[in-house]
Write a protein that binds this ligand. Structure first.
Ligand code: PLP
Length: 377
């Protein structure tokens, strides 16, 4: 139950046992075309899809590296570990990065983003991490952020690594120029693959940028995609897994999947509140995929999580960096369902009790069930 890698359906694991095929042959061509077409449906866009063998960071590096170069300026708001890593990826390109900040557990003010544009001169891109996995905060202001970017002639890049497939992100409707998701989060596949969408404006911009290395030369991916291939050898097991994972998502239906994530997240938050625990962020920014909860006084992070793991077989994540010992994070992604929610809640509330916190597991379960019953309707 960590915020990725998350649980993977058997169908996806089985798909990875498919015998190795020629990555320049007809079977791969069919596979890649199917992944691209199903990914477009999951991204809700007709933009071009690129699949790269690599982790989420590879996707982020590929995205910013394709449009930024020395001399460019990017605005990359920072409100946690992954939004600041997005800024770091932009800095690696040699671009000047302006990073309006917000306190951990919060999101930047839109006025601060506007101000950053006013003082920055020409800005090539606004890059945001929609779901800040390190704090459990989702910046539900994509529409407004896109408007600010457009008004200033900047591209809009969204790191949706830990949320696409778990919350509605209509990429085309929102005008996201580059969007990135990783396999091991809400797509419920193992780690090792990233999917990116590139809109027309992003493609135009990258034509003016000299790729800094061969692996992340995105125009080369477009060229190879004309024959349904990737420039370098793809990680075939991950491609088989992604293909199956995307099919499962579409079989369920996007709307149903987003609702399932929201209901399970609401059940977690309500149950934790019933135990007297507090979410790490305000209600409107609470993530539907990463449940960030503050520790009550006296609970030691390592002791609690070790107990949870050893006694109950449930893994959750601790806080990142400065938040170590302050909060824990539950991944509520991909396959999340009422069984996983209630087993996790029972284990957490019992572990808290072992650690000396006055916790009533039955109260948490009741609060969760009051919400989870909506899943059956
Ligand atoms: C929002 C976000 N961006 C980027 C990354 C980096 O992904 P990876 O660790 O797969 O390289 C993560 C990882 O958790 C993430 O949550």
């Amino acid at each position: 139950m960590i915020p990725g890698p998350t649980n993977v359906p058997d169908r996806v694991m089985q798909a990875m046992l498919t015998p190795t095929i020629n990555h320049r042959g007809p079977e791969f061509h069919e596979l890649y075309k199917e992944i691209q077409s199903n990914a477009q449906k999951v991204f809700q866009t007709s933009d071009e899809i690129v699949v790269i063998s690599g982790s989420g960071t590879a996707g982020v590096d590929a995205a910013v590296g394709s449009i930024l170069q020395p001399g460019d300026t990017a605005i990359v708001p920072s409100y946690g570990e992954f939004s600041s890593r997005l800024g770091d990826s932009a800095r690696y390109t040699g671009a000047n990065v302006i990073a309006p900040e917000a306190d951990l557990g919060s999101v930047p003010n839109l006025e601060d983003i506007e101000k950053a544009f006013q003082t920055a001169g020409r800005v090539k891109a606004l890059c945001v991490a929609f779901n800040e996995t390190s704090t459990g905060v989702t910046w539900r202001r994509l529409k407004e952020l896109k408007e600010i970017a457009s008004k200033n002639g900047a591209l809009f890049v969204v790191d949706a690594v830990s949320v696409l497939g778990g919350e509605n992100i209509p990429v085309q409707k929102l005008g996201i120029d580059i969007c990135i998701v990783a396999s091991q989060k809400c797509l419920a596949a193992p780690p090792g693959g990233v999917i990116l969408s590139f809109g027309q404006e992003a493609k135009k911009a990258m034509a003016q940028v000299k790729p800094r290395n061969q692996y992340f030369d995105i125009p080369k991916y477009f060229k190879f995609a004309e024959h349904a291939e990737t420039p370098a050898t793809p990680s075939l097991p991950i491609f088989f897994a992604l293909d199956e994972a995307l099919k499962i998502i579409l079989e369920e239906g996007l709307e149903k999947r987003f609702t399932r994530h929201e209901i399970c997240a609401d059940a977690f938050y309500a149950a934790f509140e019933s135990l007297g625990l507090r979410a790490f962020t305000a209600k409107e920014f609470r993530s539907h995929t990463v449940i960030g909860i503050k520790y009550p006084p006296g609970i030691k992070d390592e002791e609690f999580r070790a107990l949870l793991d050893k006694k109950f077989g449930v893994l959750v994540a601790g806080g990142f960096g400065k938040l170590k010992g302050i909060m824990f994070r539950v991944g509520s992604m991909g396959m999340i369902n009422s069984t996983l929610v209630t087993v996790t809640l029972d284990a957490i509330s019992q572990s808290l009790r072992y650690c000396g916190y006055q916790s009533k597991p039955e109260q948490a379960l009741q609060a969760a069930w009051n919400i989870l019953k909506a899943l059956d309707q």
